[in-house]
Design a protein around this ligand. Structure first.
Ligand SMILES: Cc1cc2nc3c(=O)[nH]c(=O)nc-3n(C[C@H](O)[C@H](O)[C@H](O)COP(=O)(O)O)c2cc1C
Length: 222
């Protein structure tokens, strides 16, 4: 079982990173293999909007973002975390979302996922919605979501709340990695998005989306 963790916070020792590293430790302690990525450390250009990946199945920008997208396709579970920036996810996380082929390739199909959002005052729910929708629209199973309102200088003084949420989320992910919980409400929601929206749209486009269709076939979702 392999889980990938992505920190969208530019501060490698910030609150978001700390929460994510604690999830990493909890998962590792239960025998799960984990790889942790600080998005601020990877080589990642902005999406240029050329849409050639729809036809080819790969981005012409052969940087770390493209390699990580392939790794996500092969992983068993995903944890994505971001601080709130102006009521949204960080720019780093948004770049990664744009580059990651998540929704169009249904990259998270069947994978248990945890979202983590930290914020100091208002707007953190909007940021969380970005990550939660990304998971659900990409076919992932949202096994837990952690939202923390914390002071800028760290999580000290919130130890009980933070460790409780981390423990609960980690236990849920481990259980779902082993047992594949069904999540009927999420499944219905995703089916509406995929079967009524994404799939007919892609199939109608044909050749222009041939890279996406090939990936769906490889992944057994077509
Ligand atoms: C550019 C910037 C914009 C921010 N905007 C918000 C915001 O809209 N809402 C909020 O609650 N916190 C906001 N914050 C605070 C951070 O989200 C919060 O301190 C977060 O926990 C920092 O995470 P980190 O320690 O991982 O960097 C902002 C911080 C920065 C640097």
């Amino acid at each position: 079982m392999k889980v990938l963790i992505f920190n969208g916070g530019p501060r490698r020792k910030g609150a978001t990173a700390e929460v994510l590293h604690r999830i990493e430790t909890a998962l590792k302690d239960s025998g799960v293999e984990v790889e942790f990525f600080d998005l601020g450390n990877i080589e990642m250009s902005h999406c240029t909007g050329c849409c050639s990946c729809y036809r080819t199945g790969v981005c012409y920008l052969q940087d770390d973002a493209e390699i990580l997208s392939q790794k996500i396709g092969e992983a068993d579970g995903i944890v994505m975390g971001s601080p709130t920036y102006a009521s949204n996810v960080s720019g780093l996380m948004k770049d990664f979302i744009d580059r990651g082929h998540f929704v169009i390739e249904q990259l998270l199909t069947g994978k248990p996922c945890i979202t983590v959002v930290t914020g100091e005052n208002y707007g953190n729910r909007s940021a969380r919605k970005v990550l939660d929708n990304l998971v659900l629209y990409s076919g992932g199973k949202l096994c837990d979501r952690i939202l923390l309102k914390i002071p800028f200088n760290g999580i000290s003084g919130m130890e009980k709340e933070v460790s409780g949420k981390i423990r609960k989320a980690s236990v849920r992910m481990i259980r779902e990695l082993r047992g594949k919980k069904k999540h009927p409400v999420q499944c219905i929601f995703h089916s509406i998005i995929y079967y009524l929206g994404i799939r007919p749209f892609v199939m109608k486009k044909g050749e222009v989306y041939s890279g996406v269709i090939r990936k769906w076939k490889e992944r057994g979702i077509l």
